[in-house]
Ligand binder design. Sequence first.
Ligand SMILES: Cc1ncc(C[n+]2csc(CCOP(=O)(O)OP(=O)(O)O)c2C)c(N)n1
Ligand SMILES: [Mg+2]
Length: 801
Amino acid sequence: MTETQTKTEITFEDFKSEVLNDYKIARISRECSLLGRKEVLTGKAKFGIFGDGKEVPQLALAKAFRIGDFRSGYYRDQTFMMANGQLSIQQFFAGLYGHTDLAHDPMSAGRQMGGHFATHSLDENGNWNNLTKQKNSSADISPTAGQMPRLLGLAQASKIYRNVAGLEDFTNFSNQGNEVAWGTIGNASTSEGLFFETINAAGVLQVPMVLSVWDDEYGISVHARHQTTKENISEVLKGFQREQGTNGYEIMTVKGWDYPSLVATYEKASEITREQHIPIIIHVTELTQPQGHSTSGSHERYKNEERLAWEREFDCLLQMRSWLLENNIASAKELDSIDSDLKKEVLEGKKAAWTAFIAPMKEELNELVAVLNSIASLSNNEVFIEKIAADLAAIKEPIRKEILIAARKALRLVVHENGKHQLGTWIKSYSEKIQPKFSSHLFSQSAKNVLQSKEVAPSYNETAEEVDARLVLRDNFDAIFNKYPEALIFGEDAGNIGDVNQGLEDMQEKYGDLRVADAGIREATIIGQGIGMAMRGLRPIAEIQYLDYLLYAIQIMSDDLATLQYRTQGRQKAPLIIRTRGHRLEGIWHSGSPMGMIVNAVRGIHVLVPRNMTKAAGFYNTLLESDEPALVIECLNGYRLKEKMPNNLGEFKTPIGLVETIKQGTDITIVSYGSTLRIVAQAATELQEVGIDCEIIDAQSLLPFDINHDCVKSIMKTNRLLIVDEDVPGGASAYLLQQIIDEQNGYQYLDSRPQTLTSKAHRPAYGTDGDYFSKPSVEDIFEKVYAIMHEAKPNKYPSLY
Ligand SMILES: Cc1ncc(C[n+]2csc(CCOP(=O)(O)OP(=O)(O)O)c2C)c(N)n1
Ligand SMILES: [Mg+2]
């Protein structure tokens, strides 16, 4: 035997031990699923969705998955996580119970139901870990196929790192783009639009992505014949197969119970995609669901006896066991002993998880019982409080809801007594301690969160000329691409022509077609592409051509991007910038301003509404220094208006969360944003002519809004409030009203009813008249303000009508 042979060949014993280790992992995973279901049925956990029936292919996936790779998958992947050593038995059960401590449930600290997996890209301070030194799983989400858009971006990042110059120092994120993004999806979820959109986009982009379809023929109760043409997704996708001289995919099919073929298939896929950056689909067929879809139902209701018998026979674990026996890799005795040992191991892990889950709550309960007993003895309601304390103490396995209910009920009984202070203080400090377990990290809590950013005003040469405003944006993007090699932009028409309004004119020529790129018409995956790339250390700017078409992307923004920090308790982030343009132009689909819909759907993403291009450019500069996702909406009718060209391009920063008073006044405060401000300003000029002095506040930033509470300070002076926007009635104007009246306590300074002026409820009609009769006009604003002043001072301002 030569020396090289010794290194590459493994002995039978090594092979056997590796295969048996695989078998053991799969068996542990199965046992966890079986016991997990029991935990739900006995009431210890609320809901269970498990990976039983999908174990064996995940062993093969785990073998091909290298350090630095990324996964974007779904709730069946527990065996894969276990094979990576990233999900212990105890952690599996901690997740099932909803343990709120990240040390116990590293996937989401109890925020997500079990079966939603994640690894930590960030340390406890929100700083990046070295992602090339760990196996990475982007955090799962429940909406079927919702993992697909992000998968595209995770794969695209490798392509960027391999091919874009200037990223040599980004060694924490990539080793020359050698990382593969591995996706998993259920067969039925391939019916979703997001699936097909992603498949097409990855075929166009040619990125290192391997997508596994776990095919068990069902999506809950619905059979493949209702889901998939020809009942066969790989058959249907055949047109995507690459051929001589074309782009496209490698498509592979393999049976989910055939361990050696699975291992070979995944190895081959890994090699091809890693080297050539070709996307691959692996259709894994003949999988089963031994316990049905989830703990919510039983599959005997919708599978016939023949199918159930087949599932029993072709259970991938049973098949793996037969293979081990048939090939004399292990004896039945050896396998039986593995099986019985691991049963004990799983039971012990489960018990440990439960004890750890309950222990802190027991302590908290005891603490409260002591407080209750101490106030009871001094209370007129002693008997009642003692009863509450005794009932509480009798709960053997308490949850926090029960503890807090008891405390809050008892508080009412001592409202007239001294005891209320002790109990009230306890409740407050308990809530302060517990609430963050459920509510922290909606936004970044790192030193780079947007609120840390300081304003830098644009500065101008004395001779600075007024130019078309799009040039301010363009030259600022130029400065950005110069300053940040990791910054890149892509969208429909963003590349070759430099966006529909020329804000990126000549940028592709200068920075190449990977950094300034055209994208297909596919808004959801444009966002997903951005999410995935941002999760791998790049600074993507995803462009959505018009605000009206953000609707196609709002689902993925809401479900994935907005929840990312929250659902990982701050251990993953995607500081994606979404650039779009909107508000006033022409017609039903080119002039919408659905800001209420947006601000309510994307809590977790900042929403910025600059009134001009200098403000917009300043927002991009701020965001690039921060680590949070944001949506920036430029004014569609503002690109050709004149603005002075600043001389500190790429450096000036518009602050986030601050309003700006753009006109001082004493009679009424008008709050508005975006394109409407110009109309408000015109109305204010005309109102001045009749002696009404308006104060105009530009909201600038809807999420977060007015963190310094400047609006209420203005109302203290004017005592009147009007909110003007182009959204539907009750849209973003209602949100602003809630913020100012409720959050800022503005109601107490008002002498007139606070009002809103918005567009009509319908979409704006086409043409100049369509605009005039659909959206608030200068005259509408004039008359609205005048009417408010008339009501206050009827003699000075006699009624107009
Ligand atoms: C958008 C969306 N619609 C519906 C659901 C409810 N749902 C959860 S899983 C599932 C079936 C998925 O089947 P499949 O993709 O085949 O995965 P499997 O569970 O069979 O592995 C459905 C309909 C959901 N989570 N998201
Ligand atoms: Mg299925």
